[in-house]
Design a protein around this ligand. Structure first.
Ligand SMILES: Cc1cc2nc3c(=O)[nH]c(=O)nc-3n(C[C@H](O)[C@H](O)[C@H](O)COP(=O)(O)OP(=O)(O)OC[C@H]3O[C@@H](n4cnc5c(N)ncnc54)[C@H](O)[C@@H]3O)c2cc1C
Length: 293
């Protein structure tokens, strides 16, 4: 089963996100993560794209390599910011011709260390990229969802309407990482009220570093609840303790999401497998995957 929409229709989906390495040391870390993630048998692996094209070839090459290795199906992220429509069409057609069946259609954000905004592209919003992808081929197209609202949205209700518009054309959504289960449940409920019941896969990021998570949360509009922030800040200088609490928090979050009927879990691995492996193990997902769930 290579289309993620089919995997989701067949049962619970557990996936991991990786990024293409930009240095020799990062390439080694990625190889290690791939080796350690393989026994978990993720339902799919999604590969990030540097908005504006900074990882264009690297994202493509990693996606094609994973496809050829015939493990979990890869999903290629693609962002429309700073690209012409012709460039996007040609990248989508190349994926289609090479047998890639899954694409995550995004607007794109400048990288964490960027000092300037990216130039606009021909397509202004992700929904236009979803439409373009669907016009290029028989692709399974996913979109991004923001449980606490996109940080640039003045109004959460309006953001939900835009998400519903994207999901009417796309096959499923993956959320930004979040810590409040209520935010996810409220997002799913608002979509249902807007007449959309496509699967929304919750994104989980086990905290491993206090500074990184604060910065990412700020940029993505995610609230780190005071209780969680307090716990990790109190042990910020004790090696291993932040990750231990991060795994505990992620395990509780995953447990509640699955109990509430989430269609699976998407792990932001940051190219390091250990926290994801521990949460998988705590939730008994390795056993579920071996049993064919
Ligand atoms: C699972 C996941 C993976 C990601 N991977 C990457 C990656 O690989 N590379 C990367 O650069 N970024 C990535 N991102 C981040 C993403 O690019 C940012 O969140 C970006 O700011 C918004 O992208 P989007 O696709 O949600 O945009 P959009 O859907 O275009 O939404 C952006 C804003 O525009 C508004 N909007 C949408 N449609 C309309 C409309 N028709 N009219 C008016 N306003 C509208 C929305 O409400 C929102 O405020 C990822 C995010 C997630 C959740």
């Amino acid at each position: 089963m290579a289309k993620i929409s089919d995997v989701l229709a067949a049962g619970t989906c557990f996936s991991v996100e990786l990024w293409p390495p930009r240095s020799e040391a990062a390439a080694q870390r990625l190889e290690e993560a791939l080796r350690e993630l393989a026994p978990l048998r993720p339902s799919f692996m999604s590969i990030t794209y540097g908005a504006g094209g900074s990882t264009r070839q690297k994202t493509h090459d990693l996606v094609i390599r994973l496809l050829k290795e015939a493990g979990p199906p890869p999903m290629a992220h693609l962002t429309c910011t700073a690209h012409t429509e012709a460039e996007l069409r040609s990248m989508l057609a190349a994926y289609r011709d090479e047998g890639v069946e899954n694409v995550l259609a995004l607007r794109g954000d400048p990288p964490l260390d960027a000092t300037e905004d990216l130039p606009e592209g021909d397509l202004k919003h992700a929904v236009e990229l979803v439409e373009l992808a669907k016009s290029v081929g028989d692709l399974c197209v996913a979109v991004a969802a923001h449980p606490e609202g996109h940080p640039l949205s003045a109004d959460i209700a309006e953001d939900r309407v835009h998400l519903a518009e994207k999901l009417q054309v796309a096959d499923f959504a993956i959320t930004q990482f979040f810590f409040r289960v209520e935010a996810y449940l409220e997002l799913v409920e608002s979509l249902e009220k807007l007449g959309v019941s496509k699967p929304v896969l919750p994104g989980i990021m086990p905290i491993t570093n206090v500074r990184t998570v604060s910065r990412m949360a700020e940029l993505s509009g995610t609230e780190v609840p005071r209780e969680i922030a307090g716990r990790v800040e109190a042990v910020a200088d004790i090696p291993g303790e932040v990750s231990r609490i991060g795994v505990e928090v992620a395990t509780q979050l995953g447990e509640r999401l699955l109990a509430e009927g989430a269609p699976g879990l998407h792990f932001y691995t940051m190219n390091s497998a250990s926290a994801t492996r521990e949460v998988y193990s705590n939730l008994g997902l390795g056993r579920l995957r071996r049993d064919g769930a």
